[in-house]
Design a protein. Structure first.
Lengths: 95, 484
C-alpha cells in the first residue's frame, strides 16, 4: 500500500495536523514505507482468533460514586495559553 | 560516592558517612560537569536540595526507608508537581506539571530526592533519543553513539554516574534497549504492576514505568517503591507488592531457561550473539538448564506494534490542542486552523508520522484490515509466550540485535530504527515483565544486554535470576572511560 499526496493531506486533516504542501511528498514516502512494514501482517491467517485489546482481560473496576478530587480550577487555568472569567479562550466558533 | 550503588549509598546514609545533602550536591556537580551528554532537560538544585535536607531530618529521626535521601533522576514523562515536564516535546516545553504522577508521589513518600528530569525521545517515540526537541543524548561508552531510547537521558545519566538510579518507561523496549546500550540493569514490569497515573500516555495498553539501575538489587529497591495498586489507574492490578530484595539470593539450580530459536537467527549481530551465548553458558555453570522454545509469531511483533501503538497514540495525543496547556501557534484564522497549526508546529516529525499512521489505521474502511488484524496477531504473540512458559521458567535472549549505533545513522529511516526493538516489542504486546542486564562487550568495547522475560507478575523471580548472575560476573560493575 502506498499513499499519495492527496491521501496524506486527508489523513493529516483528520489528525488536525496542518502540513505544508512542500512536506506532503516526504510524508507520503515515509508513511508508505511504514505501511509496507505493517502489511507483513497479512502473511498470517487470523480467522477465528479473538482480538486482544489489552493484557488484562479482567473488566474495569467500579468505585463508589463520591467526590474524590478537589477543585483546582485556578491552578489548571494558569497553564492555559488564554483564559477569561475562569474559562479557556479559543477563537470564536459561533457567529 | 558516585561509584556506589543505591544499596551502598543507603547504607552509607544510615551510617552517617555522608548526608543526603552532600550526596545530592555531588551528583548535581557531576550533572553540570558532564552536561555535554545532554542527559537532563531540567535540573533544579534548590528543589532537590530542599528534599535532601528533609531526607536528612528523616534519617536523623530514624524514620528512613530504603530510598530515603537517595537522589533519583526521573524521566521527563512523569509529571512532578512544580517541575517542568516536557515529555521531550516542543508541545510541552512550557508545561509545569500541576500534580505528581503516582510513581513520583511514591518516591516522595519514600523520602527519595528528585535529582532532575531526564531527556527522552519526544513522547517516548523513538529508539535513539534523537527525536527529542531538546537534542540528542550521547552514550557515555562512546559519545559518538546514541544511548538508545526512548529513556536515553536516564540511561546516559546512570551509566555516566550522574545519578545512582533513574526511572524509564517502556512501551516497546524503551527501558530495556537503552539499558542494553549503556550497560545498565533495566526492568519493564508486568502491565498493571506500576501505576501509569501522571505518566504522559503514549500507548496506554503497552506503557509501563520501571527502574534503570546498575544492579538487580537496586532495581528491586526501586520497584518496591514504584509498584502497587492505584485507584487512579484503571488498569492497575490489585495485588500485593512482595519485598523484592528478600528473594534475590534464592538458589537458581535447576532453573529452566527457554531459548527462543527465533531470537538467534538472521539480523542478530555476531558479536552480540557470542556475548549472549556466553552469558547463558554462565547460567548453566550456576546450575540452570537450557531448553529450546519457539515464539513462531515473534517476527510479526513489529508490524503488529506499529499499528497498535500509533493507533493508541493518535487517540492519546489528540489532547494536545493548544486550548488548555502547552504550546499554541501564534497566528491562526479560526479554531480548526489553531488546532492544525499548533499540532503541526508543536510535534516533531516522528510523532506526526505515528499520529498519521494511527489515524489511518483507525479510519473508516481500514479499521478491520489494520487495527483488528493487529489485535488478533497480538493474541497469537501472547499465546506463543504462554506455550513457551509451559516448558521453562524464564526466557532469555539478546535485548537488541546490535550494540549502540552512531548518532545520525538511522535518523532518516524510521523503518530501520523500528527494527532495533525487534526482541523487546513482543514482551509489551503480551504484557509480560522483561529485563535487560549487562552481559559483556563487543569488539568495539560497546555493552551487550541479555534479555530476561518472565511470567506475568514474576518480577521477583526475574530480579533473583539477574542478581545471581551479577554475583558471579562483574560486567555490571564496568564503568565508561572519561566519567571517573
Amino acid at each position: 500500500m502506498s499513499l499519495d499526496r492527496q491521501q496524506v493531506r486527508k489523513i493529516a486533516h483528520l489528525a488536525r495536523l496542518a502540513l505544508r504542501d512542500d512536506e506532503l511528498d516526504a510524508y507520503a514516502a515515509t508513511l508508505s514505507r511504514i505501511l509496507g512494514l505493517i502489511e507483513q501482517m497479512n502473511a498470517v491467517d487470523t480467522a477465528g482468533v479473538t482480538p486482544m485489546a489489552h493484557p488484562n482481560d479482567a473488566g474495569l473496576r467500579l468505585r463508589e460514586d463520591v467526590v474524590t478530587e478537589t477543585d483546582q480550577r485556578d491552578k489548571f487555568l494558569q497553564l492555559a495559553p488564554a483564559t477569561e472569567a475562569g474559562l479557556y479562550l479559543v477563537p470564536k466558533v459561533i457567529e | 560516592m558516585h561509584t556506589k550503588t543505591v544499596a551502598e549509598l543507603a547504607a552509607g546514609l544510615r551510617r552517617k558517612e555522608f548526608s543526603s545533602e552532600e550526596l545530592t550536591r555531588a551528583f548535581l556537580d557531576r550533572i553540570s560537569r558532564y552536561k555535554d551528554l545532554n542527559a537532563f532537560i531540567t535540573v533544579d538544585a534548590n528543589k532537590s536540595l530542599a528534599q535532601a535536607k528533609a531526607a536528612d531530618a528523616r534519617l536523623a529521626g530514624g524514620q528512613a526507608g530504603a530510598l530515603t535521601g537517595i537522589p533519583i533522576a526521573q524521566k521527563d514523562i512523569f509529571c512532578a508537581d512544580g517541575w517542568l515536564t516536557t515529555c521531550g516535546s516542543k508541545m510541552l516545553a512550557n508545561f509545569t506539571a500541576p500534580y505528581d504522577a503516582t510513581a513520583i508521589a511514591r518516591f516522595n513518600d519514600a523520602g527519595a530526592v528528585l535529582l532532575g528530569k531526564t531527556n527522552m525521545d519526544e513522547f517516548a517515540m523513538g529508539s535513539s533519543n534523537e527525536s527529542s526537541h531538546f537534542g540528542p543524548v550521547q552514550n557515555p561508552w562512546d559519545t559518538r553513539c546514541v544511548p538508545g531510547g526512548s529513556s536515553g537521558g536516564s540511561a546516559a545519566a546512570v551509566a555516566a554516574r550522574l545519578a545512582p538510579a533513574a526511572t524509564g518507561t517502556d512501551t516497546g523496549g524503551s527501558i530495556r534497549q537503552p539499558a542494553a546500550l549503556t550497560n545498565l540493569t533495566g526492568l519493564k514490569p508486568s502491565y498493571g504492576r506500576v501505576s501509569r497515573y501522571g505518566m504522559i500516555a503514549f500507548a496506554s495498553s503497552l506503557d509501563q514505568g520501571g527502574p534503570m539501575t546498575r544492579t538487580a538489587e537496586d532495581a528491586a529497591l526501586l520497584l518496591g517503591v514504584m509498584a502497587g495498586f492505584d485507584t487512579r489507574d484503571s488498569t492497575s492490578v490489585e495485588q500485593p507488592v512482595p519485598d523484592y530484595t528478600a528473594t534475590l539470593n534464592n538458589d537458581i539450580k535447576g532453573l529452566k531457561i527457554g531459548l527462543p530459536r527465533e531470537y538467534f537467527g538472521e539480523g542478530l549481530n555476531a558479536g552480540v550473539a557470542k556475548t549472549v551465548e556466553a552469558a547463558i553458558g554462565e547460567y548453566q555453570k550456576l546450575g540452570a538448564k537450557v531448553v529450546e522454545v519457539s515464539l513462531p509469531n515473534s517476527r510479526l511483533a513489529i508490524p503488529c506494534y506499529y499499528v497498535l501503538a500509533p493507533a493508541e497514540a493518535s487517540s492519546n495525543l489528540s489532547r494536545f490542542d493548544g486550548a488548555r496547556y502547552g504550546y499554541r501557534a501564534k497566528d491562526y484564522t479560526d479554531l480548526l486552523d489553531m488546532y492544525g497549526k499548533t499540532r503541526a508546529q508543536g510535534f516533531g516529525a516522528e510523532v506526526k508520522r505515528r499520529i498519521m499512521i494511527g489515524t489511518y489505521a483507525l479510519s473508516a474502511g481500514y479499521y478491520d484490515a489494520y487495527y483488528l488484524k493487529a489485535q488478533k496477531l497480538r493474541r497469537l504473540i501472547a499465546d506463543d509466550f504462554a506455550r513457551a512458559f509451559e516448558q521453562c521458567d524464564v526466557i532469555m535472549g539478546p535485548t537488541t540485535p546490535t550494540t549502540a549505533f552512531r548518532i545520525g545513522a538511522k535518523s532518516d529511516d524510521p523503518v530501520a530504527m523500528y527494527l532495533s526493538d525487534i526482541y523487546t516489542i513482543s514482551v509489551n504486546l503480551a504484557g509480560l515483565p522483561g529485563m535487560s542486564i549487562p552481559a559483556g562487550f563487543d569488539g568495539q568495547g560497546l555493552p551487550v544486554g541479555l534479555q530476561l522475560i518472565g511470567k506475568y507478575f514474576d518480577e521477583a523471580r526475574l530480579l533473583n535470576i539477574a542478581h545471581r548472575y551479577q554475583q558471579a560476573t562483574d560486567w555490571h560493575r564496568r564503568q565508561p572511560k572519561g566519567f571517573e
